[in-house]
Design a protein around this ligand. Structure first.
Ligand code: AMP
Ligand code: MG
Length: 404
């Protein structure tokens, strides 16, 4: 049995880097940048007014109120005509270039127009430089504004747009094929009868893979029959990542491991010291990575989060591949009698100045309803048998952790 950390290292070391492709900016959300992005413009591209008001010389305001002559107007998108001399001001709009001679912009709320706009009374002082964003103060032309390995978020999209990246160089999506095994499984559209359950893993795993940037194909549900599994597995091994759920434990009808071996998959580990999810199989054939995920639905999702998602992100060249782990205070006792590193579902909230984790009552690795309420997994090492309310534990944050 291999440790969680060693297992992850082995997965990452075996994840091949995918080639890059160019996509339209509007299609880049969630993709990973395959090269650094430099700006072809300075930001701002000129000395820009941050306010609607008057461009003036700050030194003209030594006595207040002061009346200045308004010698022009400049709107966003225009080039200023004329300059600001002593005793003068130019009316200016937010986003417009500041005229030569002006050293500050006074906001319109601190002024009073006189003579139908030909003069303006300034009623409050401004410091030199106030309300002017100098040319290149945010970004200089040629600066790298986004690093390779960055995931494209909406905020990153804004930067890409501003630097003219109509097409974005990103890593190709990993192609993932998913096979689900189990004689007891029926389709979502069916009502299970005695002994049957619906296939939830297939859908959960495909959803997780999509969120990690993959292009996913379902190979459907296969029975617990070695020959049929072998045919389906062979059809999955042309993917970048082949995921098979179920059939990896020690049961009489768990055929996945021997089938993988028979088909020439090199198995790099077959058991991890983790709870839930110990029977996790990882191997490769050629460039294809193979994960045999436990059938237990929570185990399948937890092992996906901890091992498959990092692999998919590493293949895309992402800088950060694992979910963040933070230290939280626990609101109630949690136990770990597994002798392995345990992950238990919790709802983490920001309360009274600290992250407080409320352990969720889970009936174990089939309890998908408890898992769906969790935004974090509390981590307890093998030798830690319990932790009491008020103690601190590491927590792996899942998804949008503090939004509820
Ligand atoms: P296995 O790993 O095949 O022994 O399955 C372990 C447990 O997970 C059994 O209770 C299975 O019924 C259940 N299980 C396996 N595959 C799925 C699936 N695709 N959806 C929901 N439950 C599953
Ligand atoms: Mg099974």
């Amino acid at each position: 049995m291999i440790s969680v950390d060693d297992a992850l290292s082995m997965v990452l070391a075996n994840a091949p880097r995918l080639p890059s492709e160019d996509v339209a900016l509007a299609d880049a959300l969630g993709r990973v940048l395959a090269s650094d992005v430099a700006s072809d413009v300075a930001m701002p591209p000129f000395d820009r007014s941050a306010m609607d008001g008057y461009a003036l010389r700050a030194e003209d305001l030594s006595a207040l109120p002061t009346v200045l002559h308004v010698v022009g107007q400049v709107r966003a998108g225009e080039v200023p005509r004329g300059t600001v001399g002593p005793g003068q001001a130019i009316q200016i709009m937010t986003g417009a270039p500041v005229p030569a001679g002006a050293t500050a912009v006074q906001q319109v709320e601190k002024t009073r127009g006189l003579d139908g706009g030909r003069r303006v009374e300034i009623v409050a002082p401004v410091e030199a430089g106030a309300n002017i964003a100098p040319c290149g103060s945010e970004v200089r032309e040629g600066d790298v504004v986004l690093a390779q390995g960055t995931v494209v978020t909406p905020a990153v999209t804004a930067v890409l747009a501003a630097v003219g990246a109509a097409r974005v160089t990103v890593s190709r999506r990993p192609r993932v094929k998913v096979l689900v095994t189990g004689d007891e499984l029926v389709e979502v559209t069916e009502k299970p009868v005695a002994g049957q359950i619906r296939n939830s893993n297939g859908y959960a795993v495909m959803a997780h893979a999509r969120l990690a940037g993959a292009e996913v194909e379902s190979l459907g549900v296969g029975p617990d029959e070695a020959e049929r599994i072998a045919v389906a597995v062979e059809g999955g091994l042309d993917a970048d990542v082949f995921l098979v759920s179920g059939g990896v434990s020690e049961g009489l009808y768990d055929f996945v491991e021997p089938v993988l071996l028979r088909l020439g998959v090199e198995l790099l580990f077959t058991k991890v010291a983790i709870k839930p999810g110990a029977p996790l199989v990882f191997g490769r054939r050629g460039r294809a990575l193979v994960f045999g995920l436990p059938g237990n639905p929570v185990s399948a999702q937890v092992t996906f989060e901890l091992f498959v998602r990092p692999a998919l992100l590493r293949m895309q060249g992402a800088t950060a591949v694992s979910r963040p782990t933070v230290e939280v205070e626990i609101a109630a006792r949690v136990k770990n009698r597994s002798g392995r590193r345990a992950h238990s579902p919790a709802s983490v909230k920001w309360e009274a100045g600290r992250l407080l984790a409320h352990p969720l009552r889970s009936l174990g690795s089939a309890d998908i309803v408890a898992h769906a309420k969790a935004n974090a997994l509390l981590v307890m090492e093998a030798d830690r048998l319990h932790a009491e309310a008020g103690e601190r534990l590491p927590a792996v944050l899942l998804g949008d952790v503090l939004s509820s």
